[in-house]
Design a protein around this ligand. Structure first.
Ligand code: GDP
Ligand code: MG
Length: 370
């Protein structure tokens, strides 16, 4: 609290303003009901009523996006890579994601019903990989536009019978701009017209040179349709992940990014969160974008209820007061009061920003009409 009027302070203390004015007079302060009181005076009056003035919220925590976690090296543990799939339309992104999910998920998790939550995890050789299920381009453009960096590795899918196309080039530039390593999956290798050499040749123009040709880019020939090459692709992902030394501290309050969110008729706001640091637990007070709440329930990509999830895990969360946006950051807090205060501060800031934008738009419209 930096300053309050006499009326505001009276309300907080559940006293009549006239009583406060009298008390102030005794203290040598002549005040009117709308007079601003400074911090010291507020404290003086409050203490006189036996009320402790609460510590102010730490303002820089309100900016959860720029809040930097300081982790000690020894607290950092290996975490699964987060992978997105990009490539030209019809080159097989969706088929590849489905194929990976079905071959791997059903293997380990007998009877596990896969649920669409915008991301899923598979396990190979005892290690997990997280795949973002949202269209790779959207994941990059909307999330990066909001300052979120979620992808560790990108799989560039190129159909062996079609070669490099406009969206292939676009995907390469997105990944390069983000500094994310690329693994090339040359898809549709089962097709008669497949020409993987041509794909390699074309990609050298974009500095994606296969190891066999003296470069550093990993190429894997796959068929999303028949499943051939998928195991090798997953192994290559883990290889790259090892080189990248992806780590996070699991032993603290969680933070991360919203993958997708919607309003569910029965459950209210539902958000798929990617935990990037710490461990998220049921009951955690949480600030998500411009909203907040308490984690009521968590459901994983297999549709199972879970109590807690660690780094790189996607999880569907309920208990928020509003629907956040994809790319929003989230952060869990130790107590609900802090989460609420920060959430409310962010909410009103968001509202003001929206208002300013709407005003601008209507002014523009006005000028257009003239
Ligand atoms: P997306 O637009 O990149 O998501 O591409 P889709 O996954 O929707 O695939 C486009 C079409 O290519 C579909 O008809 C798929 O069945 C087909 N397709 C995908 N992968 C393969 C493959 O490995 N081999 C063959 N023959 N067809 C494939
Ligand atoms: Mg698709």
């Amino acid at each position: 609290v930096e300053s309050l009027t006499v009326a505001e302070l009276a309300k907080k203390l559940h006293k009549e303003p006239s009583e406060l004015i009298k008390k102030l007079m005794f203290l040598g302060v002549m005040a009117t009901i709308n007079q601003e009181l400074d911090k010291d005076t507020i404290e003086l009056i409050a203490n006189d009523y036996g009320v402790e003035v609460e510590e102010e919220i730490v303002i820089d925590v309100v900016d959860i996006e720029s809040y930097v976690d300081e982790d000690k090296e020894e607290d950092l543990k290996e975490r699964p890579p987060v992978v997105t799939i990009m490539g030209h339309v019809d080159h097989g992104k969706t088929t590849l994601l489905d194929s990976i999910r079905h071959t791997k998920v059903t293997e380990g998790e007998a009877g596990g019903i896969t649920q669409h939550i915008g991301a899923y995890q598979v396990e190979t050789n005892g290690k997990k990989i997280t795949f973002l299920d949202t269209p790779g381009h959207a994941a990059f453009t909307t999330m990066r536009a909001r300052g979120a960096q979620v992808t560790d590795i990108t799989i560039l899918v190129v159909a062996a019978d079609d070669g490099v196309m406009p969206q292939t080039k676009e995907a390469i530039s997105h990944a390069k701009a983000a500094g994310v390593p690329i693994i090339v999956a040359v898809n549709k290798i089962d097709k008669e017209a497949a020409n993987p050499d041509r794909v390699m040749q074309e990609l050298t123009e974009y500095e994606l040179v296969p190891e066999a040709w003296g470069g550093e880019t990993i190429f894997v020939n796959v068929s999303a349709l028949t499943g051939s090459g998928i195991d090798e692709l997953l192994e290559m992902i883990q290889l790259v992940a090892e080189v990248e030394e992806l780590k996070a501290n699991p032993d603290k309050l969680a933070s991360g990014t919203v993958i997708e969110a919607e309003l569910d008729k029965g459950r209210g706001p539902v958000a798929t969160l990617l935990v990037q640091s710490g461990t998220l637990k049921v009951g955690d007070p949480i600030v998500v974008g411009s909203t907040f709440g308490r984690v009521r329930a968590m459901v994983n990509d297999l549709g199972r209820r879970v109590k807690q999830v660690g780094p790189s895990a996607p999880v569907e969360v309920t208990g928020l007061s509003d629907v956040p946006q994809a790319g929003d950051q989230f952060r869990a807090f130790a107590d609900e009061k802090t989460a609420r205060q920060i959430g409310e501060a962010r909410m009103s800031r968001h509202r003001e920003a929206n208002l300013a934008q709407n005003t601008k738009v209507s002014l523009d419209d006005l000028f257009n009409q003239i």
